[in-house]
Design a protein around this ligand. Sequence first.
Ligand code: PAF
Length: 282
Amino acid sequence: MIEIVRELDELRAQVGAWTRAGLRVGFVPTMGNLHPGHHSLVRIACERADRVVASVFVNPTQFGPREDFARYPRTPQADADGLAAVGCDLVWMPSVETMYPFGATGAVRVQVPGVTDVLEGAHRPGHFDGVATVVARLFNQVRPDIAVFGRKDYQQFAVIQYLVRDLAFPVELVGAQTLREADGLAMSSRNQYLTADERPRAAEIHRCLQAMREGVLGGAEVSAVEADARRRLESAGYIVDYAAVRTAGLAEFDGAPSGTAVALIAARLGTTRLIDNLEFEI
Ligand code: PAF
């Protein structure tokens, strides 16, 4: 039986009892509207921990003023049912008031330097401050031994690794592979915004990421590979925020690329903004 918890003292009592009993607690933070990609994160947590908590909280501080906070899909009952089916023990569903007792504007903010300035950070000012702010709170509330995040949000995972190391959170981080639809489209809650006409074109992002990898491996200049991907996406009707090849640490390549690389794309198809990435060895 899955427990749905909305009060912090109840969450602490339950997780505290597990921890005192010597059980390892796994954690999967989410914004709800869960799909098989999220369920795979819960399965990974179940393999590595004795009890698993998932949070469902649409975090207002990570949405920009013109972003989709109000229309972000909220499906709490379906989320709880799906989580129960994959073996999650507890769903943490705090209200905005519980998460931010002084309100979103009065909240203590966590700001991660450096990695937050580029790519997603440059296109969504304040977004990663909101993510770091809520993840720090969630870690303090849940106090997990391990936490599982999807690698689809590659830069978010880098921000959280930095946060955990710098603030010495006693939590082990696990980055899980992206789950994809049959045509390669990365699973995302935002995919449901795509129209019937847009949906087939949405897989172009994954094909472009593969082409970027092949281009770099074939010896092309990173800047030429990036420009080709941008052109290809634009001719498929996208407005491109970035199409970039970076080091694993998200730095620009200095001279000939070598080591682990990641190709990253963020682009809009109609009103839907999609992001994806592909890691590879050079
Ligand atoms: O990846 C997400 O769904 C969110 O950014 C997270 C980590 C749950 C924080 O709100």
